[in-house]
Design a protein. Structure first.
Length: 441
């Protein structure tokens, strides 16, 4: 964690030291740009941004900090907020900064810094943190809640970034990845130098969180029966925590590294459990009901699971998986409707599962991976990337399974219904599709 001292008002010109303002991140634990090291391991190899027009990755323009020194806890220096510069302001701890032309929220050049480190609380089981932080880009929005009417420095929503780090041992020991981005992707590859890379990517999203400061009291997000809280913190960032296959994830020991990547936009708390005996992944995700702008938050959760993980842990063949079953249960035990879909990507041998369209308060999201016998078809789809879309109802997994095991016959004609709620648009596919509550055709 990065702990920033109190930044005093400006005392001098750009680059001057700010009295009593220090960064205290245990600097020696940070992974820096590989160009800064004589040994090319546990370092940052590249930062890239996806060009949505061409579909190609654009490498960042790298800038070396003139103030950085290996293993030194650098003091914060004066920065010109109108003209970001590597090594100044909150970027003083970075050895390299990463620029992307015109990529900031306001159309200016986006400057990023990378904070990457790994710690072993238990020998052989590293916890890995991967973060790209925006140093500029004011979000041009005004909150309906006066107390939350701030100017946030954040990345441009929906920007897709990719971070590659060289870590010969860390990549091979990577566990389950957790984040708050869409389109999660985590790959472990061996380079031509014989060292393993950890390649993480995702599309950054607007996440509304609730921060409480009296840690002696339980989070108000977890109030019995849910909450009607309004978020007090807004963020758009690239941040991935990789937890080792240990303690609650010990059941995954002996499986491929980085085999499961779970992302969601709960802004208070998130816990993931994996139960191979029931073929279930459970995400306990709590969040505020309203965002910092006073609007109801629409929840989403996405999972990316490697095919070899599915085969080893859940004893299933991902090529024959038709549709994961997803339940969203509120704190009072009632179930919410959610739209969800499953897709198998043969090129990368990955199963992608997505659910969205529910509201937050206190939620338990259950992802069940059904065996082929519980799905309409037990044979592989003729297409390489089969996709199915379903709108979940308040039925239990067992009743849903029963609905899919009716005698075969003429397939009902599938219809597509476009549902709208303000700027939100959903596509519902089914034989008799209906719009979720609050949406209209």
């Amino acid at each position: 964690m990065i702990v920033l001292g109190l930044i005093q008002p400006a005392y001098g010109g750009e680059g001057d030291l700010i009295p009593n303002a220090n960064v205290n991140p245990e600097a020696k634990t940070w992974w820096v740009n590989c160009k800064s090291l004589a040994i090319k391991d546990d370092c940052i190899e590249s930062v890239e941004m996806l060009d949505p027009t061409t579909g190609k990755w654009t490498p960042a323009i790298e800038e070396k900090s003139e103030y950085w020194k290996p293993g030194v806890d650098l003091p914060i220096r004066e920065a010109n907020p109108a003209k970001p510069k590597c090594g100044l302001g909150n970027a003083s701890y970075a050895d390299y900064c990463y620029w992307f032309k015109g990529a900031a929220v306001d159309g200016t050049d986006q400057m990023l810094t990378a904070t990457v480190y790994s710690r072993e609380e238990v020998p052989g089981f590293p916890r890995i943190s991967l973060t790209l932080q925006g140093q500029n880009g004011l979000v041009p929005k005004k909150s309906k809640i006066p107390a939350n009417n701030n100017a946030w420095v954040a990345l441009k929503p929906e920007t897709t970034l990719r971070l590659t780090v060289i870590s010969d041992t860390g990549a091979q020991r990577a566990g389950i990845a957790l984040a708050k981005m869409k389109n999660p992707s985590l790959a472990i590859e061996k380079g031509s130098d014989g060292k393993f890379r950890l390649i993480a990517a995702g599309s950054v999203q607007e996440v509304n969180e609730y921060k409480w400061f009296d840690r002696d009291k339980p989070s108000p997000c977890n109030a019995v029966g849910g909450n009607d809280l309004v978020a007090n913190y807004y963020n758009v960032e690239f941040a991935i925590n990789i937890e080792p296959y240990y303690r609650e994830y010990a059941v995954l020991q002996g499986t491929p590294p980085g085999g499961i990547f779970i992302t969601q936009n709960g802004g208070c708390d998130s816990r993931v459990t994996v139960d191979p005996s029931t073929q279930m992944i459970q995400v306990v995700s709590t969040g505020t009901h309203y965002d910092v702008f006073g609007d109801v938050i629409i929840g989403w959760v996405e999972a990316s699971i490697r095919g070899d993980m599915v085969r080893k842990v859940f004893k299933l063949e991902p090529k024959t998986m038709n549709q994961a079953i997803i339940e969203v249960t509120s704190a009072d035990g009632t179930q919410q409707n959610a739209t969800y879909n499953t897709r198998y990507l043969s090129a990368t041998d990955v199963v992608e599962i997505r659910a969205f369209g529910y509201n937050f308060s206190s939620k338990t999201i259950k992802i069940k991976l059904p065996s082929p016998s519980a799905t309409p078809s037990a044979t592989p789809s003729p297409t390489p990337t089969p996709t199915t879309t379903t709108t979940a109802t308040n039925q239990s997994p067992s009743s849903s399974n029963q609905a899919t095991t009716k005698p075969t016959g003429a397939k009902p004609k599938q219809k597509t219904l476009i549902c709208k709620k303000g700027k939100l648009v959903k596509k519902i596919v089914g034989s008799n599709p209906k719009c979720p509550a609050g949406y209209r055709p």
